[in-house]
Design a protein around this ligand. Structure first.
Ligand SMILES: [Zn+2]
Length: 402
């Protein structure tokens, strides 16, 4: 066992330089070329797992643009490797899913594209903790498991996904298909800024509400117009009032687009609303409220039509019995490293929400330590890479010995 920890420690420099290479490949969720390049790189990178890579093409996902038009976007492939015993794809409580995403939030136009080394063993760069550092941690934990453990009682499946940062609209089809194969899952999102791991998460969803009115000349024909921007504004003011009505529900009207020339009554407004919920009851409540407002404001006889697309795509991640057992395993593994784990609730969602919604218990913050994700100050603690890989190795070791 110490042998594995030692081996992981000796790989520290490799981990840092491989992470730098991976982060320097732009793979923002909407950059298909970059996602494909990253997928090719990752296919090579995971070769030491010693099993073939399955490249899974995912379905397109719908996007509503600011003109209210729906188009379909293509994402990169999911990548899958099956290791250990139980060669076939049977369903077994002992099957463990290891997964994380390889897309990032930094688009091609973003000035933040390359890594820099900082003082104090830190590296700053796009995706260093969210979640490319997690990819490195996961890879080394899996290689160490192959090298130092008898994996025949387990099946370890590694999956990398291309669209988590936009809510996994394509990967959800894969989760729906395979989640039942596994008894537990480990995900490699970063820990919280203070080093805590996440015990439970709010659910989240985004609704896109399209209001159509009627265009007219603002001078000649003003009264014939139906102002979609004003109609949408009334509706979002009402939506905003939902805040505070239930303790764990928030509604953020994040973006409104509408109107062109100032002398034209605008006939279109596209509003995007992000909601967070603490429980399934909250989820049902907010979905019915959004529906209610859409129906209230959809008044074709007055010249306004309102439609909505979207849902709570990630249900709340609640700490159930299966998750509790897994959390205990993480704690025991940390003890072997002379560490202790602190747990925290988070308002953010991850694929852990979706997998738990599909009855797959998971711990989803086994990636590295650091802070500043989704900003140009994102940094990773390089020393945490081998440390987290050791933590995960310990969990797999316990699972393999049962
Ligand atoms: Zn993220």
């Amino acid at each position: 066992m110490n042998q594995a920890y030692d081996w992981l420690q000796t790989r520290s420099n490799d981990m840092a330089s491989e992470l730098e290479t991976l982060c320097n490949i732009n793979s923002s969720s909407d950059n298909l070329d970059g996602l494909l390049r990253a997928a090719d790189w990752l296919t090579q990178y995971f070769q030491p797992l010693g099993v073939p890579c399955e490249r899974i093409e995912l379905p397109t996902y719908p996007v509503i643009d600011d003109l209210g038009n729906e188009t379909n976007s293509t994402t990169g492939p999911a990548l899958r490797w099956d290791m250990g015993g139980a060669g076939d794809r049977g369903v077994d409580q002992k099957n463990v899913l290891l997964t994380i995403h390889y897309d990032t939030v930094y688009g091609l136009q973003d000035p933040f594209q390359k890594c820099t080394l900082l003082e104090g063993g830190r590296m700053r760069g796009p995706g260093v903790i969210d979640a490319k550092g997690g990819i490195v941690v996961m890879r080394y934990a899996a290689i160490a498991a192959r090298k130092f453990l008898d994996l025949s009682p387990l099946r370890l499946t590694v999956v990398l996904t291309p669209d988590e940062e936009i809510g996994s609209p394509s990967t959800i089809t894969l989760w729906n298909k395979i989640a039942h194969e596994f008894g537990s899952a480990l995900l490699f999102e970063p820990s919280m800024a203070d080093g805590s791991l996440v015990s439970s998460r709010k659910g989240t969803g985004t609704f896109t509400i399209v209001v159509h009115g009627k265009a007219a000349h603002a001078g000649r024909n003003f009264n014939a117009g139906r102002n979609a921007v004003v109609h949408a504004s009334r509706m979002v003011a009402d939506l905003h009032e939902l805040n505070g009505q239930r303790p764990n529900v928030t509604v953020n009207v994040g973006r409104i687009r509408g109107g062109h020339a100032v002398n034209v009554v605008p006939d279109l407004a596209v509003t995007r609303v992000n909601v967070r919920v603490g429980s399934m009851e909250d989820q049902r409540w907010i979905e019915s409220q959004v529906q209610r407002f859409v129906e209230t404001y959809n008044v074709p006889d007055q010249g306004y039509t309102v439609s909505v697309q979207g849902s709570i795509h990630a249900p709340p991640k609640i700490q159930d019995e299966g998750t509790n057992d897994l959390m205990k395993r993480v704690e025991r593994s940390a003890e072997k490293l002379g560490e202790s784990i602190r747990w925290k609730e988070s308002g953010g969602a991850s694929d852990g929400n979706k997998l738990q919604g599909l009855n797959l218990p998971n711990v989803d913050t086994l990636g590295p330590d650091g802070d500043g994700l989704h900003s140009d100050q994102e940094w990773v603690s390089l020393a945490s890479l081998p440390r987290k890989a050791s933590l995960v190795f310990g969990i797999l070791e316990e699972m393999a010995s049962e």
